[in-house]
Design a protein around this ligand. Structure first.
Ligand code: 5GP
Length: 194
């Protein structure tokens, strides 16, 4: 019998909401890379075009709380009034199979993952400026003014956390930011202190 594969690498992509993590993830998925991108659970409603099981598992509050209680969440957080969490078993199974696993999550969750799995490689995606972040959130047109306010408040706190991460990628240009993340995923990127 052959030896089991060496455990894969866990990469966490975090950063303020609206910075473009979702767009970077869409590009990463299109590039057919040797990695598995985790699908999170959330209690928020799907946006137009989002499919259950592909972008998120859209579940209700009771189901989410059940999963926390039974230890099924690797990490979980409240964000802008909704819950988000990473299913533990799927992540572990892909790591055990030797695959690179990519999580795209907000800051609280990123910290929980780092505490539970200190070997995780932490990547922070930063906006060029606060004004630009606000412009992007408004331009997306998917949130109410109240929701945008909540997301900007969260972003202020999140920006200060950049220094906790292994690498900071500034999202000036979507393709360039994706290229940088892909280099890190493929192991070519240089680690730099923010
Ligand atoms: P959105 O509602 O825009 O899809 O996501 C809102 C925020 O939740 C984003 O910052 C996104 O990265 C984060 N998020 C998505 N999935 C998870 C998850 O499983 N755990 C945590 N902690 N945050 C998540």
């Amino acid at each position: 019998m052959s030896a089991p594969p060496a455990p894969g690498r866990l990469i966490v992509l975090s950063g303020p909401s609206g910075v473009g993590k979702g767009s970077v993830m869409t590009q990463v998925r299109q590039r057919d890379l040797p990695l598995w991108a985790s699908v999170s659970c959330t209690t928020r409603a799907p946006r137009p075009g989002e499919r259950d099981g592909e972008h998120y598992f859209f579940i209700d509050e009771a189901d989410f709380l059940d999963r926390i209680r039974s230890g099924q969440m690797l990490e979980h957080a409240h964000f802008a009034g909704r819950r988000y969490g990473t299913p533990r078993d799927a992540v572990q199974a892909h790591l055990d199979a030797g695959e690179t696993v990519l999580l795209e999550i907000e800051l609280d969750g990123a910290r929980q993952v780092k505490a539970a799995m200190p070997e995780a490689f932490m990547v922070f995606l930063a906006p060029p400026s606060r004004t630009e972040l606000q412009r992007r959130l408004l331009g997306r047109g998917t949130e109410t003014a109240e929701q945008i306010d909540a997301r900007l408040r969260a972003a202020e706190v999140e920006m200060a956390a950049a220094e906790e991460f292994d690498v900071v990628i500034v999202n000036n240009d979507l393709t360039e930011a994706t290229d940088q993340l892909v280099d890190l995923i493929l192991g070519h990127g240089e680690t730099q202190t923010p």
